[in-house]
Design a protein around this ligand. Structure first.
Ligand SMILES: Cc1ncc(C[n+]2csc(CCOP(=O)(O)OP(=O)(O)O)c2C)c(N)n1
Length: 625
């Protein structure tokens, strides 16, 4: 029997001797690699946090003590140690365990996560709550250096340092976000200061030391002997000490004994503490250690070689096409600049960053800053394309409204992962953007039905002088030929793709394909549908919609978005405003619920946003005269 087989809860873990823990770590790594090779998932991050998970559960008393994993993508070892060993092979599968921490999944998941940098704020809230209830228990927030690039983390540190509550923050520093971490903080943590920075700091320290009466000059003489000694005067801890945290580290996050000792020591402090732990992303699985970017979030792979065994479609993804189109368009327009929030690969901008390094900005996991930064670029006459996944752009709602839309600045939002994204689940589906963008004055909102339309919409957006968004789905396109020239579209104009008098199907984005499939099926049964790709959710093609609705009284709207406030709502509002009331409408989209994780097509079928759902809606309308 393996050691892992004996562990159903952290209590079982505590029964092991310290000398057994390295073997357990090895077993855990094997299971993680084995399962992720079949289910896909966040491999490299989870492998890097195995000793951390073991040590934390060895020392703390979860679930009484609250352990919060920031983002939650690195918590696979935590899941294995907290009663989910038997279900671990269902990771990320429909009805299986989530790829992130979920309070509804386990009492050991103190907070539900998926979006980054929430752990310090949540941890502080929990600590304050416990204190008010006079309840005992420690709170431990574990946050990566990538997640530390978000302002939210500092808002939490700022208040925690002020309140002096009992909170332990563990900084899991692997020098990586998804790609190499960016920003000044990253070099601060790794102490790779530029010469200029060292000189500046040296000057400041010299002045400070000299200002000390008597001893100052001597200490300065001692300190100045080498550059290294100046460096040792600047520690990563200074940043956290400035926030009133007691700083410990940096320590090696794979030396379990050392980790356990230090955790036992800091456990007894009852003030804000930051423990800085250095880990290696992908630790223990050579392919992941060598290529942590690829193995950050990976599909199925061969364990022996690390080779991808997902059968990628030969059809390029929307992301690929967007990346290529950006390079092509930027060659002709020197005003184009690209902004990503820590996702150069994910948004397809790696190629652009190599072709135009000076026109490419990775702002870190800082969507809010990224949008306002783009607004600043726009005021200087540049054409920023902000490429952020739909779900993460939710973070920047006020920046879109306040910094971009009020002044109608020409910022382009290239919103990838619009719609159902699959195995990452409820925290990652991009099902709200049509609603949250449609309500903003000055904003234009488009969704392409295929990858050629994506290119045309990008060209449209670049030619447009105001805020404009195009949202497109995750995964392979439809395989259409891409036009050699990306002709801009007329803003607010839809396109009639099929004609028929029985039903009117108004669709936008990927579901236009479902509408076409449904109309072909219906045709076989003698039902003829008009299919319109509205292209624009805002401004809606009122003229077209109203003229068709006036003739064909059975209407279906289809979108991969929540129904509330989305495309179907726009159609309803338009018909109501124009006094067209004598028609019946079925709106297809996600009803008032969060969608769980699972394969995209399974979820589309389950939630009724696919071609069969359109056919069912048409039949309901036809059955009811
Ligand atoms: C708000 C938000 N933006 C982007 C992401 C996508 N994302 C997931 S993990 C990650 C990198 C996190 O880096 P770090 O915290 O250092 O953890 P590591 O994977 O290196 O262990 C990013 C950018 C996210 N989860 N949340």
């Amino acid at each position: 029997m393996s050691l892992l087989d004996q562990i159903d809860s952290p209590q079982d873990l505590k029964r092991l001797s310290r000398t057994e823990l390295p073997k357990l770590a090895e077993e855990i790594r094997q299971v993680i690699v084995e399962v992720v090779s079949k289910s896909g998932g966040h491999l490299a991050s989870s492998l890097g946090a195995v000793e951390l998970a073991l040590a934390v559960h060895y020392v703390f008393e979860s679930p009484k003590d609250k352990i919060i994993w920031d983002v939650g993508h690195q918590a696979y070892a935590h899941k294995l140690l907290t009663g989910r060993r038997d279900r671990f092979s269902t990771l990320r599968q429909h009805q299986g365990i989530s790829g992130f921490t979920r309070m509804s999944e386990s009492p050991y998941d103190a907070f539900s996560t998926g979006h980054s940098s929430t752990s310090v704020s949540a941890g502080l809230g929990i600590a304050c709550g416990k204190e008010l209830k006079q309840e005992k228990g420690k709170v431990v927030a574990i946050i990566g250096d990538g997640s530390m690039t978000a302002g939210l983390a500092y808002e939490g540190l700022n208040q925690a340092g002020d309140l002096q509550k009992d909170l332990i923050v563990i900084l899991n520093d692997n020098d990586m976000s998804i790609s190499r971490n960016v920003g000044a903080l990253s070099s601060f943590l790794s102490r790779t200061f530029s010469r200029k920075k060292i000189q500046e700091v040296r000057k400041e320290i010299r002045e400070f030391l000299k200002s000390l009466p008597k001893v100052g000059d001597d200490i300065y003489q001692f300190a100045k002997r080498s550059e290294a000694s100046i460096k040792t005067l600047i520690t990563p801890g200074m940043l956290f000490q400035a926030f009133n945290f007691s700083y410990f580290g940096p320590i090696n996050g794979h030396r379990m004994n050392h980790l356990i000792d230090i955790l036992r020591n800091i456990k007894h402090l009852s003030e804000p503490v930051l423990l800085h732990v250095i880990t290696k992303k992908g630790k223990g699985y050579i392919p992941a250690e060598e290529n942590p970017v690829f193995f950050h979030g990976v599909g199925c792979f061969e364990v022996d070689t690390g080779n991808c065994i997902d059968h990628p479609s030969r059809i390029p993804t929307y992301t690929d096409i967007f990346g290529k189109a950006m390079i092509e368009l930027a060659a002709r327009n020197s005003k184009i600049v690209a902004v990503t929030a820590a996702m150069p690969e994910g948004t397809g901008l790696s190629g652009f960053s190599e072709s135009y390094p000076e026109r490419f900005f990775d702002v870190g996991i800082a969507e809010q800053h990224g949008v306002t930064f783009a607004a600043g670029l726009a005021t200087e006459g540049l054409k920023p394309i902000v490429a952020i996944y739909s779900t993460f752009l939710q973070r920047a709602y006020d920046q879109i409204l306040h910094d971009v839309c009020i002044e109608s600045l020409p910022v382009v939002f290239a919103i990838d992962r619009g719609g159902i994204v699959g195995e990452d689940g409820s925290t990652h589906h991009g099902l709200f953007d049509l609603s949250y963008l449609r309500s903003l004055p000055n904003m234009v909102v488009m969704a392409p039905r295929d990858e050629n339309e994506l290119c045309r919409m990008l060209a449209t957006a670049i030619a447009y002088n105001g805020p404009i968004a195009l949202r497109y789905p995750r995964g392979a396109g439809t395989g259409v030929t891409i036009d050699p020239e990306f002709l801009p579209l007329s803003i607010g104009k839809g396109e009639v793709l099929r004609e028929g008098n029985d039903v009117l199907i108004l669709a936008v984005g990927r579901p236009v394909q479902d509408a076409l499939t449904a109309s072909s099926e219906l045709r076989k049964e003698g039902v003829f549908a008009t299919v319109v790709d509205c292209r624009f959710v805002k401004p809606l093609d009122k003229e077209l919609v109203c003229s068709l609705a006036g003739k064909i009284k059975r209407i279906i709207t289809v979108e991969e978005n929540v129904i509330a406030g989305g495309f179907g709502s726009a159609v309803l509002e338009c018909l109501c405003d124009e006094g067209i009331r004598d028609c019946r409408i079925e709106r297809i989209g996600i009803s008032d619920t969060f969608v769980e994780h699972g394969p995209k097509n399974l979820l589309r079928a389950k939630y009724g946003i696919d071609a069969p759902a359109v056919i069912r809606a048409a039949k309901r309308l036809l059955a009811n005269p």
